[in-house]
Write a protein that binds this ligand. Structure first.
Ligand SMILES: *Cc1c(COP(=O)(O)O)cnc(C)c1O
Length: 380
């Protein structure tokens, strides 16, 4: 069994994917081929934003937005403590300070009560200027944008939605990657919508931001690539990846999003009473980048993982370490008591195999593995 079975997906779409790749090779339009513009248009339409600007990866997508917003030394940007390193890295890379905020135990997403407290602490200290919030749609579930919008409005902060794991999720029918002033996603192969290498995109309704991003990502181009009006970077989605995404987006819309949600319902029904399963609030849809259960403590989580591995069942720990404990951020002072939930989650979470091609038989094997672990453990 695979943790995320990319091979099963390729087997199903082999003909379409192979011919999409071959078309790019035949046209030798490796950079900025027509498939790039086509996928940007389709992505913007699906998400419901005016603009989609593709780029090299999900990390660069965030960096480009923070660059246009001129986030710099002396600024504070609020980031969940429980996320992938990138979300804080892009802030520190600009010389600004990522202020880590604890998450909610039920949704794994940024705790808006603690967010507001963190903003007020930064204001009271008077050393940094609060500029932006980067909520993360962790494991596929959109963050609480109703509250985040209210807080951003009250304190005059911008919102950058990190939808690297969230593509396809929604709140009351409104798709992820359209919340906030700008949103980003990643097409890293294991994400909900992945390509066959690195790739990313930015979504926004802001015309000026969109035009600056399009310039920045191609060496600060003006009227063309050889007219350079600002210092930029080289951050493009290549044509082969765009062509692959063309096939995969169709599969994602036609059945994959539904299929991961079917897997979620099966897991959750079958695991009832055995372990704590993910909570999806009313009105929310997750794209299930991960299906994450919670165990009692680190010892139980780690021994379950070893037990499952012995039965050939893969699982992963996202994340072993809170952001505030990462060595790269050791110069930022923090107070442990602000992070009680993230500290606990890092000890107890375990992500189970999850992808659109997971069969009910696979799910039964995983569930039986977890059940037999509990039985052995508590009757021994
Ligand atoms: C994967 C990921 C990123 C970075 O995306 P890349 O394409 O790998 O650069 C950023 N944020 C989160 C939450 C992610 O999971």
């Amino acid at each position: 069994m695979e943790f995320r079975d990319l091979r099963a997906q390729y087997d199903k779409y082999k003909e379409e994917i192979d011919s999409a790749i071959l078309e790019v090779i035949h046209n030798t339009s490796f950079i900025s081929g027509k498939q790039v513009e086509t996928i940007e248009k389709r992505l913007a339409k699906y998400v419901g934003t005016k603009h989609c600007i593709s780029c090299a990866n999900g990390t660069e997508a965030m960096s480009l937005v923070l660059t246009v917003w001129d986030i710099k030394e002396g600024d504070a940007v609020f980031v969940p403590d429980f996320t992938f390193f990138s979300t804080g890295e892009v802030v520190a890379a600009r010389g600004a300070v990522p202020v880590f905020v604890d998450v909610r135990r039920d949704t794994f997403n940024i705790d808006t009560v603690k967010l507001e407290k963190a903003i007020n602490r930064v204001i009271d200290e008077g050393k940094l200027i609060p500029k932006a919030i980067i909520p993360v749609d962790l494991f596929g579930l959109p963050a609480d944008y109703t509250e985040i919008d209210r807080i951003a409005g009250q304190y005059g902060l911008r919102i950058l939605e990190d939808g690297a794991q969230g593509f396809g999720g929604s709140i009351d029918g409104k798709k992820a990657c359209r919340f906030g002033d700008a949103a980003t996603t990643s097409f890293f192969p294991a994400k909900p919508l992945g390509c066959y290498g690195d790739g990313g995109a930015i979504f926004t309704n802001d015309d000026e931001l969109a035009s600056l991003l399009s310039s920045l990502k191609v060496h600060g181009k003006g009227s063309d690539k050889y007219d350079n009006v600002r210092i930029g970077v080289n951050s493009r989605l290549d044509t082969v990846q765009a062509a692959i995404l063309g096939v995969k987006l169709t599969a994602f819309i036609e059945h994959e999003l539904e299929d991961v949600n079917r897997a979620y319902r099966l897991y959750t029904d079958k695991l009832k009473g055995s372990v704590e399963t993910p909570v999806i609030p009313a009105g929310y849809v997750s794209s299930f980048a991960q299906y994450t259960i919670k165990l009692k403590d680190r010892e139980e989580r780690d021994s379950l993982q070893v037990y499952l591995k012995g039965k050939g069942i893969p699982s992963m720990v996202y994340y072993v370490k809170p952001m505030h404990k990462q060595g790269a951020f050791s110069d930022i002072k923090h107070n442990e008591e602000y992070y009680s939930v993230t500290n606990e989650l890092c000890d107890v979470v375990l992500s189970l195999p999850m992808h659109p091609y997971l069969t009910e038989e696979d799910i039964d094997i995983v569930v039986d593995g977890i059940r037999s672990y509990s039985d052995n453990r508590y009757t021994a």
